[in-house]
Design a protein around this ligand. Structure first.
Ligand SMILES: NC(=O)c1ccc[n+]([C@@H]2O[C@H](COP(=O)([O-])OP(=O)(O)OC[C@H]3O[C@@H](n4cnc5c(N)ncnc54)[C@H](O)[C@@H]3O)[C@@H](O)[C@H]2O)c1
Length: 247
């Protein structure tokens, strides 16, 4: 989903710092985008979103290399099929919270510092304001059975989005939470193949009224809209893009 968003935002004219754990695919995407959009700048940084120092260094260096920071999409995430809460593996629980919630929190915090610094030094913000899009999930607004850690982490992402939206609305900063339903990606493929009945394609799509997975391109279009001045009066929202998935 992050890759699709980068491709869509590049088409819209953005300069982008791409962040992921996977060095090879990340660098490859940066090279492809640089070749296709020669007047724009694309840099890849291999960062573990759970590492506070690395996140701070990444945002600081992005600001130096681009002159300012105008937007953030927090898409890194993991979904480990789990058990009911009384049987849950605590290590997996902690890891899920670390990547999905703490990673999002750290990036929001570091980028908000730059937005505020830029405001204080009189830098002109983009027309629709500075923007953050946090990727939540249907699990931000519903309880997903057998996904206690994932649901808790994604509720957290929506919670911090709502707080941040209120805290920074008067500073020309908008923060929204995209809550996708069932999207065809590597993550979904792995869940389908996990052997758990409630993660199988047949089981999941039976509960989705459109009877299909969403595409990463459909999510990228929404992210592009939320990042643009077309959405200038939208902040603090949970945007549920789920093909009417009734859990
Ligand atoms: N696919 C779905 O159905 C679905 C539904 C709702 C929400 N989401 C959310 O959308 C986001 C994107 O997921 P996706 O479906 O594209 O999955 P994906 O597995 O294709 O992408 C997730 C990316 O996060 C990166 N990542 C994982 N841990 C990281 C870490 N510690 N530091 C840096 N990068 C890390 C991975 O390398 C990967 O590139 C996630 O936050 C996910 O929870 C996905």
């Amino acid at each position: 989903m992050g890759k699709a968003a980068a491709i869509r935002l590049a088409e819209a004219g953005a300069n982008i710092v791409l962040v992921d754990l996977n060095k090879e695919t990340g660098q490859q995407l940066a090279d492809e985008l640089s070749k296709k959009h020669s007047g724009q700048k694309f840099i890849f940084k291999a960062v573990d979103v759970t590492d506070a120092n690395a996140v701070e260094e990444c945002v600081n260096s992005a600001s130096s290399e681009f002159g300012s920071v105008t937007g953030l999409i927090c898409s890194a995430g993991i979904a480990i099929p789990s058990l009911r809460l009384h049987e849950v593996n605590l290590k997996q629980f902690q890891k899920t919270m670390d990547v999905n919630f703490n990673g999002t929190m750290l990036f929001n915090m570091m980028v908000l510092r730059h937005f505020m610094k830029q405001n204080a030094s009189g830098v002109t913000p983009p027309k629709g304001g500075y923007t953050i899009v946090n990727i939540g999930s249907k699990g931000s607004v519903e309880g997903l059975p057998s996904s206690g850690a994932y649901t808790a982490s994604k509720h957290g992402v929506l919670g911090l989005t709502r707080v941040a939206a209120k805290e920074y609305a008067a500073d020309n900063i908008r923060i929204n939470c995209l809550c996708p339903g069932l999207i065809w990606s590597d993550m979904m493929k792995q869940l389908n193949e996990s052997g758990k009945v409630e993660m199988s394609k047949e089981y999941l799509l039976r509960q989705c009224y459109t009877r299909r997975y969403g595409t990463v391109e459909e999510m990228a279009n929404i992210m592009n809209f939320l990042m643009s001045d077309q959405s200038s009066y939208i902040t603090g929202q949970a945007i549920e893009a789920d093909g009417m998935w009734a859990i």
